[in-house]
Design a protein around this ligand. Structure first.
Ligand code: TYM
Length: 332
């Protein structure tokens, strides 16, 4: 029986962080043995913010290296740069004809961008979910491992697929968000202001490339308060986030002991942060070191990305050929 198809991508807009790791990459690694996986560096998507041409390659190679260092095996999955699969752009164009201005303007991530960068509200930002749908539908994926922040984009990909199918005949499966055995993980920024992100709140985000000392400093500065005064209080979101991080990288008994201290109102956040900082540094160090090693071997990364692109193009060209036929672009 053929394996189910999985697609996911990460934008090359900065260093990868714990949100990318626990929200996405950890699932990729768990899926790589049992699914037909296409994982890519979303460099077309990164162009919405006009990165320097001289920095693009380095950004793409770094994200690829960080994925591999996190456990992704390029022998098992197709790991490629989005722009190495130009069929993406053709499907994006086709799907744009099925996407409505009104629905695109309502997307919360678009509205956020309009607020954040009012001087650069380009059409690429508006049609960002269409490009994302093209990435997914290009391989007829059925499962898409992503963090919670991408769920609405997935819903739009399903809408575009079903609109295409209704107009031209059954062709695209409707892709679903997928996570391995657990709820959606959303890692908040350590200052309690929004989610960890590649480009915002840099001092409150833990990157996979952070040195041990940097991790310690950032965690020791994480937002806390004077602690609960009532037993079994509801945890504020920023404290929940520290417990979540601890549950992801510390021993279960360590988490339990701090949780019971919280519930009994005798928690010392300084101690908790010290423990978390040590466990987090231990967790991140091998990924950081492996990624740095890989980035020195440009030739190896180039080969991996080329092989990944070849596999992705094979699948993409079949889809494009089928889509063209159904649309009627089939003249000779
Ligand atoms: P990007 O690059 O912002 O994030 C990559 C992945 O990391 C997840 N993520 C998080 N998860 C938990 N907590 C956080 N703080 C956190 N921050 C990021 C994201 O949910 C995502 O899974 N549009 C996508 C890239 C993309 C894509 C695609 C994904 C382009 N085409 C097709 C899937 C399928 C993005 O910007 O992800």
């Amino acid at each position: 029986m053929s394996k189910e198809i999985v697609v996911s991508g990460i934008r090359s807009t900065g260093y990868l962080h714990l949100g990318n790791y626990f929200g996405a990459i950890q699932n990729y690694v768990l899926m790589q043995d049992n699914y037909d996986c296409f994982f890519f560096v979303a460099d077309y998507h990164s162009l919405t913010t006009h990165p320097k041409p001289t920095e693009l390659k380095q950004n793409v190679f770094r994200v690829a290296a960080e994925n591999i260092a996190s456990g992704l095996d390029p022998e098992k999955v197709a790991l490629y740069a989005q722009s190495d699969v130009p069929e993406t752009a053709e499907l994006y164009l086709i799907l744009n004809m099925l996407a409505y201005m009104g629905e695109l303007e309502k997307v919360p991530t678009f509205k956020d961008k309009v607020r954040q960068q009012p001087d650069n509200v380009n059409a690429g930002l508006l049609t960002y979910p269409v490009l994302m749908a093209a990435d997914i539908l290009l391989h007829k994926a059925v499962k898409v491992p992503v963090g919670k922040d991408q769920e609405q984009h997935l819903e739009m990909a399903r809408n575009f697929a079903s609109r295409f199918n209704a107009r031209y005949g059954d062709f695209f499966p409707e892709p679903q968000v997928f996570r391995f055995n657990h709820e959606a993980v959303k890692i908040m920024s350590l200052d309690g202001e929004g989610k960890m992100s590649k480009s915002e709140n840099i001092n409150a985000t833990i990157y996979l490339s952070d040195e041990d000392d940097v991790i310690r400093k950032k965690i020791m500065k994480a937002k806390t308060d004077s602690g609960p005064t009532e037993p079994n209080s509801v945890m504020p979101e920023y404290i929940q986030n520290l417990f979540l991080l601890m549950s992801l990288c510390s021993k279960p008994e360590t988490v339990e002991s701090f949780r019971s201290n919280f519930n009994n109102c005798n928690i010392r956040y300084g101690d908790m942060k010290k423990q978390l900082a040590e466990d987090m540094a231990t967790f991140v160090a091998p990924i950081r070191e492996h990624a740095a090693e890989l980035q020195k071997d440009e030739e190896k990364l180039r080969k991996i990305l080329k092989a990944g692109a070849e596999k992705a193009r094979e699948s993409a060209s079949k889809t494009i050929e089928g889509a063209r036929k159904l649309i009627g672009i089939n003249y000779y």
